[in-house]
Design a protein around this ligand. Structure first.
Ligand SMILES: [Zn+2]
Length: 459
């Protein structure tokens, strides 16, 4: 048995048993030929409607369709142009939903955007769908949420994951290297997301759980090893990445939210996605945004770990904290687009505290800090190490690679805090009055420079 199969068996197979939504994840060389059998086993209906873009269809469509036909299924397809790339919007999801007829199995053939659109469409029609993954480019294949833009505001809409997922390793290893690199970026984000969850746990805001936390974090270091093999299209490495991404998706299902896989790193990414960040004429992919969000957040953690929060002046922090009107004014200042600002005000209202509640939070931070700092120190990867790993995986690792300069990066660090109610390092820094100092100290070329000597903390 190859190593990836062992990883797969020990983690994913056990998790599928627990899943209430996913009946099968079939991964292997030449697995596409089994698409028809898999579809027959898990779905009723004699017809399949394949949703794909031209590029994904060129990579896997013919083999998938003939496998489905060999199983006696009627196959129709809705193919979108590959360029410009289809946009993950509620409007397009609704269009897909309108094409689904009774008794027809919806099938997403592609990666992130196609999967999210079909996930949404199937959910709207109350049917299950089949997913054929064509790239290890993000972690959303088996997550229950579809991150889509609704009139310009990116939200994760609760849906249902596919009932069955199939990934042919020869197809996903042959995907464009930038897509695999994006998957690595999305997986790398779990280091930062894990740190944010540790913070929320230590402050009694959102406790770690016994299932999703170990499922992601106990496997993460191993799954991020050997990034250089990915860049070469190594099947074993691609399989491990695909397994890692699906572990995250399953963890989100078990936890009931994206907390196990998404923190400030993703908030930064979502902000750019809402702003429709494009570089060299192409929208910047989710995993690339997350990669830069991740090293930014890890740089903030590197700085934070060097501080002594037991010496916090709580009275000053409480006195200087913005009241709600000021907080709203800050949101409007940092998010000029009104529609996004209005949604952000709603999110911030869920985590905004002042007065005695803030005093009590700051006491918790002071008390928790020595143990929390130790835990962060031993579990986190330093920003320059992560940048080095991303570079080896063929990923972007410097903000300039996606057209982001220091000023825009700073602006996004501020604005991204407001778009989710989730408590992250950005909230900790803001509540302790350290956000401005931390941003000044970290969001610079020097701190994010991967040429700085890579050193691994804690091991
Ligand atoms: Zn992601």
């Amino acid at each position: 048995m190859d190593n990836w199969q062992t990883t797969f068996k020990q983690t994913i197979a056990a998790a599928i048993e627990r899943s209430e939504n996913i009946a099968a994840i079939e991964v292997g060389r030449g697995a596409l030929a089994r698409a028809g059998q898999l579809c027959r086993r898990h779905f009723d209906g004699n017809a399949v409607l394949v949703f794909a873009d031209e590029a994904a269809f060129a990579a896997a469509g013919d083999v998938a369709v003939s496998a489905l036909k060999s199983a006696g299924l009627t196959v129709d397809s809705h193919i979108l142009p590959a360029s410009p790339r289809p946009k993950p919007t509620v409007a397009l999801g609704e269009d897909f939903a309108g094409r689904l007829e009774r008794g027809v199995v919806p099938m997403a053939l592609g990666s992130g955007v196609m999967n999210d659109l079909v996930k949404y469409a199937a959910f709207r029609r109350g049917v299950r769908y089949f997913c054929i993954a064509t790239a290890a480019s993000m972690d959303g294949y088996c997550s229950g949420g579809a991150p889509l833009a609704d009139k310009g505001f990116k939200i994760t809409i609760p849906c249902r994951p596919p009932k069955a997922i199939l990934a042919d390793l020869e197809v996903i290893a042959a995907a464009p290297p930038r897509m695999t690199a994006c998957g690595y970026g999305d997986l790398a984000g779990k280091v930062a997301a894990g740190a944010d969850w540790l913070v929320a746990d230590a402050l009694g805001i959102e406790p770690l759980d016994d299932i999703a936390w170990p499922l992601v974090q106990d496997n993460l270091r191993q799954l991020l090893e050997r990034p250089e093999a990915l860049a070469g299209g190594d099947i074993e490495a691609t399989a491990r990445l695909f397994a890692g991404l699906n572990i995250c998706g399953l963890a989100m299902e078990f936890h009931g939210s994206s907390r196990p896989a998404s923190g400030a790193d993703h908030q930064i990414a979502h902000m750019w996605e809402m702003e429709e960040l494009a570089h060299r004429g192409e929208p910047v992919a989710h995993g690339a945004c997350v990669a830069i969000g991740t090293i930014t957040v890890l740089a903030l953690y590197d700085w934070l770990i060097g501080q002594d929060l037991t010496k916090l002046d709580i009275g000053t922090c409480v006195d200087r904290a913005p009241d709600w009107d000021m907080a709203v004014a800050q949101i409007r200042h940092h998010i000029p687009e009104q529609r996004i600002a209005e949604r952000a005000i709603g999110e911030m209202a869920e985590k905004y505290i002042d007065g005695e509640a803030l005093r009590s939070r700051l006491c918790d931070i002071k008390d928790a800090w020595p143990a929390l700092r130790d835990r962060l120190t031993t579990s986190l990867m330093r920003a320059p190490d992560m940048a080095h790993h991303l570079k080896m995986a063929g990923s972007v690792y410097d903000p300039s690679h996606i057209g982001i300069g220091p000023e825009r990066l700073k602006a996004t660090v501020y604005s991204s805090r407001f778009i989710r109610r989730r408590y992250t390092i950005l909230d900790l820094l803001a509540q302790t009055g350290l956000l401005d100092t931390a941003v000044r100290a970290t969001v610079s070329k020097e701190v994010l420079d991967p040429a700085r000597r890579p050193t691994m903390r804690g091991n």
